[in-house]
Structures are given as C-alpha cells and as structure tokens.
Design a protein around this ligand. Structure first.
Ligand SMILES: [Ca+2]
Ligand SMILES: [Ca+2]
Ligand SMILES: [Ca+2]
Length: 287
C-alpha cells in the first residue's frame, strides 16, 4: 500500500489566520433534524433525520460564492473537520483521522475500504398525492487532489434514494476523486492547488445538479454519505446549498374533450419524461 506522510498543521498556525469576511465561513452543527431542514426546500416534507459522524464532521457554511463555490450557503460534511475547509490554502494538507469506520455503500462506489463516514439520512415525502421529481445540488472537494488522483485513496460521495445511488455522472461514474479531476470530467473540476480561491480545499467540483424523475407518492429514504478511502487521512468535503433539495410536481393533466389532443398530450408527456430520465446531470459552469 502506498504510504503517505502527512504533516499536521499546528493549532497555533490555524488561530493566526486572519479573519476574512469575504471568504468561506463554517460553523459546527450536528443536529440531524436541523441539518436536514436546512437542506430541504419547497415541495418536500422531511422527518426521522439521523446523522452518523464526529461532531467536527458537519456544519453550516456561508460566503461560499466568494471562495469559488457555486453555492453561497448551506450545510457541509467532511471526512475530517468541516472547519478545515476555511481558507487560505495552507502548504500542509488538512487531515483529521478519527479512526472511525466507513460504510459498505460508500466502499461499493469507491472500490476501496472506506473510513471516517459522515452520513445524513432521513425519510421524506413529495408534497402531493401522486409523487413527482426531485432536484438536488452539491459541490464535492478534497485534499486528495491532485497528488492522489487515480490511487486507492478515492474518497467518495454517495447520495441514495431508497438505497440506489442517484449522484451518477453522464459517464456512469459516481462522485469521487478518481472520477472528477484534471484528467477525467475535467470540465467539472476546479483546481485550487495554486491557491486561486480562499479555501483550504485543494480541488473541488463545479456545482453538480442532479434530477431524479418519477418518484412515487409516499415515504422515501434519502442518504447523503461521504467517506475517506483506504485510510482516514486527507479530508474531503461535500457542500449542499440551503433549500436546494426540492420536489417538482409534474405538469397536471389537461382537461380536454378532444381524444386526439389527449393522445398528443400523453405522447408529449412521455417524451418529456424520457428526456428527464436521460438528463440526470445538469452541470453548472464555474465562471
Ligand atoms: Ca489544502
Ligand atoms: Ca478522516
Ligand atoms: Ca481521504
């Protein structure tokens, strides 16, 4: 196994970093219901939230736009400390090893054993009697960039509904260090190793927006998980915009007396649904 030698940043150095009101700010929060209610927006009701992870692994962020992220405020999870996402980007990599286990589901998408799981799960319903679509957006970032791309240190993120990962890229890959980087899906990647942006995160994705179509009415289970891969070193993060986990109600059926118009409407709806099912990722470019 490739050994990595990590220099821990002394606490005194962290405390000496000047406060910058125009850069990413992070505060700790690990109450699962509070986190879920920040994430969930219109058209969705949430209940029975649960968080797994160390208290350092979840929180709120603000001023994200000023630090180069495609979202300004919301919730943040880390495989280390969420506070370590705060800039500037230091010479020493940010790394917290809790020695905690990962999860089989994240290991399954990364292809390697996982560690230091941070996971929020909750049940939800789309607020109508017939179901609908779901949209959510995120930014994934890591200290594994760029040195440990295409190694076993493939820190990964999973978002599942009813146990099926929905954060799938157009090429079929999940969201991880090895699937979005300078070489692969590079149009989705922001390299911050030259300290262009005021965050300690060495590399991160553009805002990734996913749409899940055709959810049935009733209760579904959502899970948001991020974990280290192959060891607990070098932090990764995922940021979600506040109120961005939203339900979309399908267009109501037209009230028409014309059979031919009705058929045309049904055909157009089928075409629309097909288009939505094929449009799982809507990347938003980083300006
Ligand atoms: Ca860094
Ligand atoms: Ca860790
Ligand atoms: Ca890691």
């Amino acid at each position: 196994m490739l050994k990595r030698f990590i220099t821990h940043l002394p606490l005194s150095v962290i405390l000496l970093v000047p406060f910058n009101s125009n850069a990413l700010q992070v505060t700790l929060e690990n109450d699962a219901t509070t986190l879920a209610e920040n994430l969930v927006g219109s058209g969705v009701s949430v209940f029975d939230a649960n968080f797994i992870g160390d208290p350092l692994q979840s929180g709120f962020f603000s001023d994200g736009i000023s630090s180069g992220f495609g979202i300004d405020s919301g919730i943040i999870f880390s495989t280390g400390s969420v506070l370590n996402a705060i800039g500037p980007n230091t010479a020493a990599p940010s790394t917290v090893d809790f020695g905690n286990p990962g999860s089989g589901s994240v290991s399954g998408i990364s292809g390697f054993p996982s560690f230091d799981l941070a996971s929020l799960s909750f049940d939800f319903e789309i607020n109508n009697s017939f179901g609908g679509d779901l949209i959510f957006s995120l930014v994934f970032g890591s200290e594994e960039y760029n040195e440990f791309v295409n190694t076993q240190f493939n820190d990964a993120f999973l978002f599942s509904i009813d146990g099926v990962n929905q954060a799938v890229l157009p090429d079929g890959n999940s969201v991880s260090v090895n699937s979005i980087n300078r070489d692969l899906n590079s149009d989705l990647f922001v390299d911050n190793t030259a300290n262009v942006f005021d965050t300690n995160i060495d590399g991160f994705t553009n805002l990734l927006t996913f749409q899940v179509s055709g959810l049935d009415a009733g209760v579904h289970t959502a899970e948001f998980s991020i974990a280290d891969s192959s060891d607990g070193l070098l932090d990764s993060w995922v940021l979600f915009g506040a109120d961005t986990f939203v339900g979309v109600t399908p267009v109501p059926e037209l009230n028409t007396t014309s059979a031919s118009t009705g058929v045309l409407f049904i055909l157009s709806m089928l075409l629309l649904l097909n288009e939505q099912r094929s449009r799982r990722l809507i990347p938003v470019k980083h300006d």
